[in-house]
Design a binder for this molecule. Sequence first.
Ligand code: HSE
Length: 393
Amino acid sequence: MSKRLTLGIFGFGVVGQGLYDIIKTKDLNLSIKKFVIKDPTKERSLPASLFTTDASVILDDPEINTVVELINDADAAYDITVRALRSGKNVVSANKKMIATHLEELVKIQQEHGTSLLYEGAVCGSIPIIRNLEEYYDNELLHSVSGIFNGSSNYILSKIFNEKQSYEVALKKAQDLGFAETDPTLDVGGYDPKYKLAIVASHAYGLYINPDEILNLGIDKLGNSDIQFANEKNYKIKLIPLAKEVDSKHVVLYVLPKFIRKDNILSNVENEYNGVLVKAAFADEQFFYGKGAGGHPTGSAVLSDITALRYDYRYEYKKHLESQQVEYSTDYQLEVYFRYADEKTLEQIQFDSISERYYAENFKYVIAKINLQEIIKKRDLIHQDGNFLAEII
Ligand code: HSE
């Protein structure tokens, strides 16, 4: 028998409304008792009696056994989640930053209080990757997990490469469609996919990594010459997070824009779609594809978590408990394209080798091998205006 759920929902934005639309289409043995919102003056499509601005109305209500947290503010989301889990309520959250930043502590709180925190909607929208990593790939040796984890930057790149739209116009559309974060730097700067990568690394490899330790460079410095370079060489540019086992004890994690060939499976992942590419020892290559942003796709993942709680589902974090744990490493050589404005910048970066060098007044680049540690060390220099770095795969 499934348990009857009484929900208290924090947030009625894009995902909250998407979730509500889906819930009302079915009889799922659950009811929504209250929404907590920030702005009481905003016009809502539901009766005013369903809304409050007071978090305690949900958190102190013993009848509410399930808290759904769908707000932007990661600090407020953390407080809500911790209070709810400690008071015996299960929580569903789609806040990738909050989960990636506090995961180790949140796992402990769940174990101490016998409560469950689920967050499928936080990673790649509608794609059920967390539960698959947790359950299905439990015994499988994972060589790597990579893909397209951010719908907004992928939407922008698709519009630039397929429709020759400008970066600014495409970004504005991604915002209007509700894909982008409130601060879109999180999307185009590669922070949002980095948080998702940290969560993926936890379920794939049993790692708790502070996202601040993971390198992310985004598409925010992409220029016309880089697009021209990609078109001439028959590449596409995609923003790709990677978790990869470099040997039996070490895993590297980073987010970089990448030049990929058009026969690469990720090349056909366009607009707000996401794709997750899993390479495993025995299953070999597998690919998950689906919408990564938007109210209904993300709402569908959130609903799947809610309904899993009717049967008391919880992540077991088994890979964290295994004795043969892997460690996070940054010692990894990659091949990059680096466009730079000032020759002095180039002199300050230690490349392992340079295979190609182009020098014109308005367009200078190198194709070179470089260690990830050097990119991390020189991140600010590399990320200055006038420069753009992308991996070539
Ligand atoms: N801003 C995110 C994206 C929303 O564009 O992918 C979904 O996490």
